[in-house]
Design a protein around this ligand. Sequence first.
Ligand code: SF4
Length: 123
Amino acid sequence: MTRHVHAIQCIGCPVGCGGEVVIEAGAVIEMRGFTCDKGQAYAADEVVAPKRMVTTTVRVDGGTLPLLPVVSERPVPKDAIFDCIRLLRSVVVQAPVEADAIIVADALGLGVNFRAACSIAEA
Ligand code: SF4
């Protein structure tokens, strides 16, 4: 079996631990340098199935601002990020919008909701 060693910088907190993840046959077999469970989970995900939070905007109809910032409730698989942005580009919400309102539920069947990052009043 071929082993691959990936150097990963954890971004889970300001400590910024650096470490290595060893992969064999697509599975994590060893980790070095991550000092907590959160960091180990991040590093394993980063190598096997990387994810990122997604922030973008959607159009607003009848509001005091033309665009509403939206954010994913949790990280989205990296290979689905541009499809999520394309989906959100087609969304138009009607003002008023409350902060934290769900703007798109279960985007692309990923189980991730996108929520309003702020309120926008009716014009
Ligand atoms: S491994 Fe833990 S302590 Fe180190 S940077 Fe990541 S979250 Fe912080």
